[in-house]
Ligand binder design. Structure first.
Ligand code: THG
Length: 262
């Protein structure tokens, strides 16, 4: 499983305050700790409060790059913010994200081709997030078709079937699992699948339990990548055990330690 660390997001109070105060140590510390806990990439989102989102994104990328070279998953709804992040990264990035809306795809797929990077496509279109797996698959197909037309290899596309809070929409999590199990059939080479796991437990009790249970279920239907909190040790343990039980990682008495070392 490809782990994208979620913690450098202005939505979190500590990160929002660090952006305001230009306090590098908070950001470099979060970057180093997430990578130490086996994050393969880091999500970077300036959050809702940054006044100058472009400047905040450039500052975050340059600050993180002082301590790690892992791919940065540039998380913004604004194309100019993503472009600024890509330029500051000098490649080695993932665009997070386009939707399946024609106007957004027309801007963001060419950007992925220009910077030769991967891109996340959300199964959201002009009508929002479809309620059912079938609707999500229709948008996924549009994303795959547009990647092909744009000249982006289909395995550089991560389709995100958009998990929403179970506390508000309880029929949603099984629909997302159904979509995840089908997305890989849409193209050859298959697109990858990703979710922003922590959405599922927003405003719910027992958040960590809900997150780790759902991650294991999603792994069971073939999820490739997830935006998660790698500092949640029990979540990471559950993920590693699931990888071992799916025969993606070798069993040994020390399988937790062995996975983390690799
Ligand atoms: N798909 C893609 N990208 C995404 C998401 C997605 N990026 C953002 C988000 N969803 C994934 N990241 C988070 C980060 C934090 C939380 C949820 C998802 C979260 N934050 C606390 C909350 O809202 O309760 C706030 C934390 C605090 O203030 O301490 O839950 O789905 N492609």
């Amino acid at each position: 499983m490809y782990i994208i660390g979620e913690r450098i997001n202005g939505m979190f109070r500590d990160v929002g305050a660090a952006i305001q105060a230009q306090d590098e140590s908070v950001i470099t510390d979060l970057a180093q700790r997430q990578v130490a806990e086996a994050a393969n990439a880091l999500d970077v989102n300036v959050g809702p409060v940054a006044e100058d989102a472009v400047a905040a994104m450039v500052w975050l990328v340059e600050t993180i790059r002082k301590v790690t070279d892992v791919p940065l998953c540039l998380d913004s709804t604004k194309v100019d913010v993503i472009r600024a992040g890509l330029e500051a990264c000098e490649g080695n990035a993932i665009i997070n994200s386009t939707t399946g809306e024609a106007e957004k795809m027309a801007q963001l797929f060419p950007l992925a081709v220009e910077f030769n990077c991967e891109i996340i496509g959300l199964t959201i279109d002009e009508n929002g997030v479809p309620a059912k797996a079938e609707g999500r698959m229709e948008v996924a197909l549009k994303l795959v078709a547009t990647a092909m037309e744009s000249g982006l290899p289909t395995d550089k596309l991560y389709v995100d079937a958009v998990i929403l809070p179970v506390s508000a929409l309880q029929d949603n999590p099984p629909e997302v699992l159904k979509a995840i199990s089908q997305i890989k059939m849409l193209a050859d080479p298959p697109p990858k699948t990703v979710i922003g796991l922590s959405n599922v437990s927003q405003n719910a009790a027992f958040r960590e339990l809900i997150n780790r249970t759902y991650l294991v279920m999603a792994l069971g239907v073939g999820l490739d990548a997830a935006i998660v909190d790698p500092l949640d040790t029990e979540l990471m343990d559950a993920m590693i055990a699931a990888e071992m039980l799916l025969n993606h990682a070798v069993y040994s008495k020390d399988f937790l330690k062995a996975y983390r070392k690799s």
